[in-house]
Design a binder for this molecule. Structure first.
Ligand code: 1CP
Length: 363
Protein backbone atom coordinates (compact mmCIF):
# COMPACT_ATOMS: atom_id res chain seq x y z
CA UNK A 1 0.00 0.00 0.00
CA UNK A 2 1.36 3.39 -0.92
CA UNK A 3 0.04 6.90 -1.31
CA UNK A 4 2.57 7.38 -4.09
CA UNK A 5 0.85 4.83 -6.33
CA UNK A 6 0.03 6.36 -9.72
CA UNK A 7 -3.46 5.44 -10.84
CA UNK A 8 -5.09 5.84 -14.26
CA UNK A 9 -6.69 9.28 -14.76
CA UNK A 10 -10.36 9.57 -13.85
CA UNK A 11 -12.57 9.84 -16.95
CA UNK A 12 -15.88 10.19 -15.13
CA UNK A 13 -15.78 12.48 -12.09
CA UNK A 14 -19.51 13.24 -11.83
CA UNK A 15 -19.82 11.65 -8.41
CA UNK A 16 -16.91 13.65 -6.97
CA UNK A 17 -18.16 16.85 -8.57
CA UNK A 18 -21.67 16.39 -7.21
CA UNK A 19 -20.26 15.59 -3.76
CA UNK A 20 -18.28 18.85 -3.79
CA UNK A 21 -21.27 20.85 -5.03
CA UNK A 22 -19.81 21.47 -8.50
CA UNK A 23 -21.84 21.45 -11.70
CA UNK A 24 -22.42 18.14 -13.49
CA UNK A 25 -23.53 17.27 -17.03
CA UNK A 26 -25.87 14.60 -15.70
CA UNK A 27 -26.73 13.42 -12.20
CA UNK A 28 -24.34 10.65 -11.03
CA UNK A 29 -25.90 7.36 -9.99
CA UNK A 30 -24.87 4.21 -8.15
CA UNK A 31 -26.73 1.68 -6.01
CA UNK A 32 -26.02 0.45 -2.53
CA UNK A 33 -25.24 -3.31 -2.69
CA UNK A 34 -24.68 -2.98 -6.43
CA UNK A 35 -22.15 -5.82 -6.11
CA UNK A 36 -24.23 -8.64 -4.73
CA UNK A 37 -26.43 -11.66 -5.06
CA UNK A 38 -28.99 -10.20 -7.48
CA UNK A 39 -26.26 -10.62 -10.16
CA UNK A 40 -25.94 -14.21 -11.49
CA UNK A 41 -22.22 -13.63 -12.09
CA UNK A 42 -21.83 -12.72 -8.39
CA UNK A 43 -23.71 -15.86 -7.30
CA UNK A 44 -21.42 -17.91 -9.56
CA UNK A 45 -18.30 -16.55 -7.75
CA UNK A 46 -19.97 -16.82 -4.37
CA UNK A 47 -20.92 -20.48 -4.95
CA UNK A 48 -17.21 -21.30 -5.12
CA UNK A 49 -16.16 -19.43 -2.01
CA UNK A 50 -17.12 -18.37 1.51
CA UNK A 51 -18.24 -14.72 1.88
CA UNK A 52 -15.38 -13.54 4.10
CA UNK A 53 -12.81 -15.45 2.02
CA UNK A 54 -14.10 -13.43 -0.93
CA UNK A 55 -13.59 -10.22 1.05
CA UNK A 56 -10.09 -11.35 2.05
CA UNK A 57 -8.96 -12.27 -1.47
CA UNK A 58 -8.14 -9.01 -3.31
CA UNK A 59 -8.45 -10.60 -6.77
CA UNK A 60 -11.99 -11.83 -5.98
CA UNK A 61 -13.07 -8.65 -4.23
CA UNK A 62 -11.87 -6.66 -7.25
CA UNK A 63 -13.62 -8.98 -9.68
CA UNK A 64 -17.05 -8.70 -8.04
CA UNK A 65 -16.64 -4.95 -7.44
CA UNK A 66 -16.31 -4.50 -11.20
CA UNK A 67 -19.18 -6.83 -12.16
CA UNK A 68 -21.98 -4.24 -11.94
CA UNK A 69 -19.87 -1.73 -13.90
CA UNK A 70 -19.49 -4.22 -16.75
CA UNK A 71 -23.28 -4.33 -17.03
CA UNK A 72 -24.51 -0.81 -16.24
CA UNK A 73 -23.16 2.71 -16.91
CA UNK A 74 -22.75 3.39 -13.19
CA UNK A 75 -20.96 6.51 -11.99
CA UNK A 76 -19.18 4.78 -9.09
CA UNK A 77 -17.73 1.48 -7.95
CA UNK A 78 -17.97 0.50 -4.27
CA UNK A 79 -15.34 -1.89 -2.99
CA UNK A 80 -16.69 -5.33 -2.20
CA UNK A 81 -16.23 -5.90 1.52
CA UNK A 82 -18.43 -5.66 4.61
CA UNK A 83 -18.80 -3.31 7.55
CA UNK A 84 -18.20 -6.27 9.89
CA UNK A 85 -14.51 -6.63 9.00
CA UNK A 86 -13.82 -4.10 11.80
CA UNK A 87 -15.13 -6.25 14.69
CA UNK A 88 -13.35 -9.18 13.06
CA UNK A 89 -10.09 -7.21 13.03
CA UNK A 90 -10.70 -6.34 16.70
CA UNK A 91 -10.61 -10.06 17.43
CA UNK A 92 -14.27 -11.15 17.21
CA UNK A 93 -15.14 -14.21 15.18
CA UNK A 94 -17.81 -13.60 12.52
CA UNK A 95 -19.46 -16.09 10.19
CA UNK A 96 -21.84 -15.69 7.25
CA UNK A 97 -24.75 -18.09 7.79
CA UNK A 98 -26.75 -18.95 4.65
CA UNK A 99 -30.26 -17.49 4.86
CA UNK A 100 -29.44 -15.70 8.11
CA UNK A 101 -26.61 -13.25 7.36
CA UNK A 102 -23.60 -12.41 9.52
CA UNK A 103 -23.42 -14.02 12.97
CA UNK A 104 -20.98 -13.54 15.87
CA UNK A 105 -20.83 -16.84 17.80
CA UNK A 106 -19.53 -15.01 20.92
CA UNK A 107 -21.04 -11.52 21.05
CA UNK A 108 -20.12 -9.05 23.82
CA UNK A 109 -22.29 -10.03 26.81
CA UNK A 110 -21.32 -7.22 29.19
CA UNK A 111 -18.76 -4.45 29.78
CA UNK A 112 -16.17 -6.98 31.04
CA UNK A 113 -16.03 -8.43 27.51
CA UNK A 114 -14.56 -5.19 26.12
CA UNK A 115 -11.19 -6.40 27.42
CA UNK A 116 -11.44 -9.32 24.93
CA UNK A 117 -11.00 -6.86 22.08
CA UNK A 118 -7.65 -6.20 20.40
CA UNK A 119 -6.14 -2.75 20.00
CA UNK A 120 -7.58 -0.34 17.39
CA UNK A 121 -3.94 0.34 16.43
CA UNK A 122 -3.65 -3.14 14.96
CA UNK A 123 -6.69 -3.15 12.67
CA UNK A 124 -4.87 -1.73 9.65
CA UNK A 125 -2.35 -4.57 9.65
CA UNK A 126 -5.20 -7.07 9.85
CA UNK A 127 -7.21 -5.30 7.15
CA UNK A 128 -4.38 -5.01 4.68
CA UNK A 129 -6.36 -7.27 2.35
CA UNK A 130 -8.99 -4.52 1.93
CA UNK A 131 -6.26 -2.01 1.05
CA UNK A 132 -4.81 -4.42 -1.51
CA UNK A 133 -8.27 -4.95 -3.00
CA UNK A 134 -8.77 -1.18 -3.26
CA UNK A 135 -5.41 -0.60 -4.97
CA UNK A 136 -5.99 -3.42 -7.43
CA UNK A 137 -9.55 -2.29 -8.18
CA UNK A 138 -8.54 1.33 -8.65
CA UNK A 139 -6.03 0.18 -11.30
CA UNK A 140 -8.47 -2.21 -12.98
CA UNK A 141 -11.15 0.48 -13.10
CA UNK A 142 -8.95 2.37 -15.56
CA UNK A 143 -10.56 5.64 -14.47
CA UNK A 144 -14.05 4.55 -15.61
CA UNK A 145 -15.58 5.79 -12.34
CA UNK A 146 -14.47 6.78 -8.84
CA UNK A 147 -13.95 4.07 -6.22
CA UNK A 148 -15.94 4.33 -2.98
CA UNK A 149 -14.42 3.07 0.27
CA UNK A 150 -16.66 2.54 3.30
CA UNK A 151 -17.09 1.55 6.91
CA UNK A 152 -19.91 1.11 9.37
CA UNK A 153 -20.56 3.89 11.87
CA UNK A 154 -19.63 3.13 15.50
CA UNK A 155 -23.19 2.66 16.85
CA UNK A 156 -24.10 0.31 13.98
CA UNK A 157 -20.95 -1.77 14.54
CA UNK A 158 -21.47 -1.79 18.33
CA UNK A 159 -25.03 -3.06 17.77
CA UNK A 160 -23.75 -6.09 15.82
CA UNK A 161 -20.99 -6.78 18.37
CA UNK A 162 -23.57 -6.97 21.17
CA UNK A 163 -26.57 -8.50 19.37
CA UNK A 164 -24.38 -11.04 17.56
CA UNK A 165 -26.57 -10.71 14.43
CA UNK A 166 -29.30 -8.53 12.93
CA UNK A 167 -32.12 -7.76 15.37
CA UNK A 168 -35.59 -6.21 15.08
CA UNK A 169 -35.36 -4.26 18.35
CA UNK A 170 -31.62 -3.97 19.11
CA UNK A 171 -32.74 -4.30 22.73
CA UNK A 172 -29.47 -5.83 23.95
CA UNK A 173 -27.34 -3.12 22.36
CA UNK A 174 -29.74 -0.35 23.44
CA UNK A 175 -29.81 -1.92 26.89
CA UNK A 176 -26.07 -1.18 27.08
CA UNK A 177 -26.65 2.50 26.24
CA UNK A 178 -29.07 2.85 29.18
CA UNK A 179 -27.41 0.48 31.69
CA UNK A 180 -23.72 0.97 30.91
CA UNK A 181 -23.30 4.41 29.35
CA UNK A 182 -19.62 4.65 30.30
CA UNK A 183 -18.74 1.23 28.94
CA UNK A 184 -20.77 2.06 25.81
CA UNK A 185 -18.66 5.17 25.27
CA UNK A 186 -15.52 3.13 25.88
CA UNK A 187 -16.58 0.61 23.22
CA UNK A 188 -17.67 3.33 20.77
CA UNK A 189 -14.29 5.01 21.19
CA UNK A 190 -12.41 1.81 20.37
CA UNK A 191 -14.55 1.32 17.24
CA UNK A 192 -14.12 4.99 16.26
CA UNK A 193 -10.32 4.89 16.58
CA UNK A 194 -10.19 1.69 14.54
CA UNK A 195 -12.52 3.17 11.91
CA UNK A 196 -10.52 6.37 11.50
CA UNK A 197 -7.26 4.45 10.82
CA UNK A 198 -9.14 2.06 8.56
CA UNK A 199 -10.70 4.83 6.44
CA UNK A 200 -7.41 6.72 6.17
CA UNK A 201 -5.80 3.44 5.07
CA UNK A 202 -8.50 3.11 2.42
CA UNK A 203 -7.73 6.58 1.06
CA UNK A 204 -3.99 5.79 0.95
CA UNK A 205 -4.83 2.59 -0.91
CA UNK A 206 -6.91 4.34 -3.58
CA UNK A 207 -10.45 5.09 -2.32
CA UNK A 208 -11.64 8.39 -3.84
CA UNK A 209 -14.69 9.04 -1.65
CA UNK A 210 -15.85 7.40 1.59
CA UNK A 211 -19.28 6.38 2.85
CA UNK A 212 -20.03 5.77 6.53
CA UNK A 213 -23.08 3.51 7.00
CA UNK A 214 -25.14 4.28 10.12
CA UNK A 215 -27.51 1.49 9.12
CA UNK A 216 -29.15 1.24 12.53
CA UNK A 217 -29.86 4.91 13.17
CA UNK A 218 -33.58 4.11 13.23
CA UNK A 219 -33.25 2.48 16.64
CA UNK A 220 -31.80 5.51 18.42
CA UNK A 221 -34.02 8.60 18.20
CA UNK A 222 -32.78 12.16 18.83
CA UNK A 223 -31.61 11.75 22.42
CA UNK A 224 -29.59 8.55 22.04
CA UNK A 225 -28.29 9.68 18.65
CA UNK A 226 -26.88 12.92 20.05
CA UNK A 227 -25.26 11.10 22.93
CA UNK A 228 -23.98 7.89 21.32
CA UNK A 229 -23.78 8.40 17.54
CA UNK A 230 -23.27 12.03 16.56
CA UNK A 231 -19.98 12.72 18.45
CA UNK A 232 -18.36 9.64 16.90
CA UNK A 233 -19.61 10.43 13.39
CA UNK A 234 -18.16 13.91 13.85
CA UNK A 235 -14.83 12.55 15.04
CA UNK A 236 -14.59 10.14 12.11
CA UNK A 237 -15.16 12.88 9.55
CA UNK A 238 -12.87 15.43 11.18
CA UNK A 239 -10.03 13.02 11.98
CA UNK A 240 -10.06 11.35 8.57
CA UNK A 241 -9.97 14.70 6.78
CA UNK A 242 -7.20 15.94 9.08
CA UNK A 243 -5.04 12.84 8.55
CA UNK A 244 -5.56 12.97 4.80
CA UNK A 245 -4.45 16.63 4.79
CA UNK A 246 -1.39 15.75 6.92
CA UNK A 247 -0.46 13.11 4.35
CA UNK A 248 -0.43 15.88 1.73
CA UNK A 249 -3.29 14.22 -0.14
CA UNK A 250 -6.28 15.94 -1.75
CA UNK A 251 -9.32 16.38 0.52
CA UNK A 252 -11.59 13.35 0.42
CA UNK A 253 -15.35 13.83 0.10
CA UNK A 254 -17.35 11.91 2.70
CA UNK A 255 -20.92 10.57 2.73
CA UNK A 256 -22.89 9.71 5.86
CA UNK A 257 -25.93 7.46 5.47
CA UNK A 258 -28.18 7.41 8.55
CA UNK A 259 -30.68 4.70 7.61
CA UNK A 260 -33.97 5.47 9.40
CA UNK A 261 -32.38 8.60 10.88
CA UNK A 262 -34.62 11.31 9.45
CA UNK A 263 -34.73 12.88 12.93
CA UNK A 264 -30.93 13.35 12.79
CA UNK A 265 -30.66 15.26 9.50
CA UNK A 266 -30.32 18.68 11.08
CA UNK A 267 -27.59 17.52 13.47
CA UNK A 268 -25.76 15.76 10.65
CA UNK A 269 -25.93 18.84 8.43
CA UNK A 270 -23.78 20.62 11.03
CA UNK A 271 -20.92 18.12 10.51
CA UNK A 272 -18.30 18.26 7.76
CA UNK A 273 -19.63 15.41 5.61
CA UNK A 274 -20.23 16.79 2.12
CA UNK A 275 -23.02 14.29 1.39
CA UNK A 276 -25.95 13.01 3.43
CA UNK A 277 -27.69 9.85 2.21
CA UNK A 278 -31.41 9.54 2.88
CA UNK A 279 -33.68 6.52 2.78
CA UNK A 280 -37.04 6.43 0.98
CA UNK A 281 -39.10 7.40 4.02
CA UNK A 282 -37.81 10.98 3.79
CA UNK A 283 -39.34 13.40 1.31
CA UNK A 284 -36.51 14.98 -0.74
CA UNK A 285 -38.03 18.46 -0.51
CA UNK A 286 -38.23 18.25 3.27
CA UNK A 287 -34.68 16.84 3.46
CA UNK A 288 -33.39 19.76 1.39
CA UNK A 289 -35.20 22.23 3.67
CA UNK A 290 -33.63 20.61 6.72
CA UNK A 291 -30.03 20.26 5.51
CA UNK A 292 -29.89 23.60 3.67
CA UNK A 293 -28.28 24.41 0.32
CA UNK A 294 -24.66 23.52 1.14
CA UNK A 295 -24.91 19.73 1.41
CA UNK A 296 -25.25 17.18 -1.35
CA UNK A 297 -28.12 14.74 -0.87
CA UNK A 298 -27.96 11.09 -1.94
CA UNK A 299 -30.86 8.69 -2.47
CA UNK A 300 -33.61 7.73 -2.21
CA UNK A 301 -35.85 5.54 -4.37
CA UNK A 302 -37.53 2.78 -2.39
CA UNK A 303 -35.45 -0.28 -3.41
CA UNK A 304 -38.72 -2.23 -3.72
CA UNK A 305 -39.78 0.09 -6.55
CA UNK A 306 -37.36 -2.04 -8.61
CA UNK A 307 -39.97 -4.83 -8.39
CA UNK A 308 -42.30 -2.62 -10.50
CA UNK A 309 -42.19 -2.59 -14.30
CA UNK A 310 -39.68 -0.47 -16.19
CA UNK A 311 -42.19 2.20 -17.10
CA UNK A 312 -43.06 2.71 -13.44
CA UNK A 313 -39.35 2.92 -12.57
CA UNK A 314 -38.79 5.50 -15.29
CA UNK A 315 -41.62 7.68 -13.94
CA UNK A 316 -40.55 7.28 -10.33
CA UNK A 317 -37.00 8.36 -11.23
CA UNK A 318 -38.30 11.37 -13.17
CA UNK A 319 -40.31 12.47 -10.14
CA UNK A 320 -37.36 11.82 -7.80
CA UNK A 321 -35.05 14.03 -9.88
CA UNK A 322 -37.66 16.77 -10.08
CA UNK A 323 -37.82 16.80 -6.28
CA UNK A 324 -34.07 16.68 -5.63
CA UNK A 325 -33.07 18.91 -8.53
CA UNK A 326 -29.95 18.38 -10.65
CA UNK A 327 -27.48 20.14 -8.38
CA UNK A 328 -25.90 18.82 -5.22
CA UNK A 329 -27.54 15.48 -5.86
CA UNK A 330 -26.35 11.86 -6.22
CA UNK A 331 -29.04 9.40 -7.31
CA UNK A 332 -29.23 6.11 -5.43
CA UNK A 333 -31.74 3.78 -3.87
CA UNK A 334 -32.90 4.50 -0.32
CA UNK A 335 -31.15 1.27 0.79
CA UNK A 336 -29.46 -1.74 -0.83
CA UNK A 337 -30.45 -4.09 -3.66
CA UNK A 338 -32.16 -7.33 -2.59
CA UNK A 339 -30.97 -10.72 -3.86
CA UNK A 340 -34.21 -11.45 -5.77
CA UNK A 341 -34.15 -8.25 -7.82
CA UNK A 342 -33.97 -8.29 -11.61
CA UNK A 343 -30.70 -6.75 -12.87
CA UNK A 344 -32.63 -5.39 -15.86
CA UNK A 345 -34.62 -3.21 -13.49
CA UNK A 346 -31.47 -1.72 -12.02
CA UNK A 347 -30.46 -0.97 -15.62
CA UNK A 348 -33.81 0.82 -16.07
CA UNK A 349 -33.11 2.85 -12.91
CA UNK A 350 -29.62 3.90 -14.01
CA UNK A 351 -30.74 4.76 -17.55
CA UNK A 352 -33.69 6.77 -16.25
CA UNK A 353 -31.42 8.86 -13.99
CA UNK A 354 -29.15 9.71 -16.90
CA UNK A 355 -32.07 10.36 -19.29
CA UNK A 356 -34.09 12.58 -16.96
CA UNK A 357 -31.17 14.58 -15.62
CA UNK A 358 -29.54 15.62 -18.90
CA UNK A 359 -29.12 19.34 -19.17
CA UNK A 360 -31.50 20.65 -21.85
CA UNK A 361 -28.53 21.78 -24.00
CA UNK A 362 -26.31 18.66 -23.63
CA UNK A 363 -26.30 15.92 -26.27
O1 1CP B 1 -22.01 -3.50 -3.44
C1 1CP B 1 -21.83 -3.06 -2.31
O2 1CP B 1 -22.60 -2.26 -1.76
C2 1CP B 1 -20.51 -3.38 -1.63
C3 1CP B 1 -20.54 -4.44 -0.70
C4 1CP B 1 -21.20 -4.35 0.68
C5 1CP B 1 -21.45 -3.28 1.54
C6 1CP B 1 -21.26 -1.82 1.28
C7 1CP B 1 -21.58 -5.52 1.35
C8 1CP B 1 -21.51 -6.87 0.79
N1 1CP B 1 -21.97 -5.19 2.62
C9 1CP B 1 -21.90 -3.82 2.76
C10 1CP B 1 -22.20 -3.01 3.96
C11 1CP B 1 -23.01 -3.62 5.04
N2 1CP B 1 -22.91 -4.86 5.60
C12 1CP B 1 -23.98 -2.91 5.77
C13 1CP B 1 -24.30 -1.46 5.54
C14 1CP B 1 -25.29 -1.32 4.43
C15 1CP B 1 -26.69 -1.74 4.81
O3 1CP B 1 -27.27 -1.06 5.68
O4 1CP B 1 -27.15 -2.70 4.21
C16 1CP B 1 -24.52 -3.76 6.74
C17 1CP B 1 -25.60 -3.45 7.76
C18 1CP B 1 -23.83 -5.00 6.63
C19 1CP B 1 -24.03 -6.19 7.47
C20 1CP B 1 -24.50 -7.30 6.63
N3 1CP B 1 -23.67 -8.00 5.78
C21 1CP B 1 -25.83 -7.78 6.45
C22 1CP B 1 -27.07 -7.28 7.17
C23 1CP B 1 -27.38 -8.17 8.33
C24 1CP B 1 -28.59 -7.76 9.15
O5 1CP B 1 -29.53 -8.59 9.23
O6 1CP B 1 -28.59 -6.68 9.77
C25 1CP B 1 -25.77 -8.81 5.51
C26 1CP B 1 -26.89 -9.70 5.03
C27 1CP B 1 -24.40 -8.91 5.09
C28 1CP B 1 -23.86 -9.84 4.08
C29 1CP B 1 -23.45 -9.24 2.80
N4 1CP B 1 -22.61 -8.14 2.69
C30 1CP B 1 -22.40 -7.89 1.35
C31 1CP B 1 -23.12 -8.90 0.59
C32 1CP B 1 -23.11 -9.03 -0.91
C33 1CP B 1 -23.77 -9.72 1.52
C34 1CP B 1 -24.61 -10.94 1.19
C35 1CP B 1 -23.97 -12.15 1.76
C36 1CP B 1 -23.70 -13.30 0.85
O7 1CP B 1 -23.24 -13.16 -0.30
O8 1CP B 1 -23.87 -14.40 1.34
Amino acid sequence: MSCKEVFPALKNDRLLRAARGEEVDIVPVWAMRQAGRYLPEFREERSKCDFFTMCQTPRLSCKVTLQPLERFPLDAAIIFSDILVIPEALGMQVEMKPGEGPVFPSPLRGPEDISRLGSPDDVCTKLNYVFEALTLTRKELQGRAPLIGFSGAPWTIMAYMIEGKGSKTMSNAKGWLYRFPEASHQLLKIITDATVSYLVGQVKAGAQILQVFESHAEHLGPYLFREFALPYLKQICDDVKKSVAELGMEDIPMIVFPKGGHYALKDLAALNYEVIGIDWTVDPILAREIVGPNKTLQGNLDPCALYADKEFIDNAVKEMIEKFGRNRYIANLGHGMYPDMNPEHLAAFVDAVHKHSKKPDST
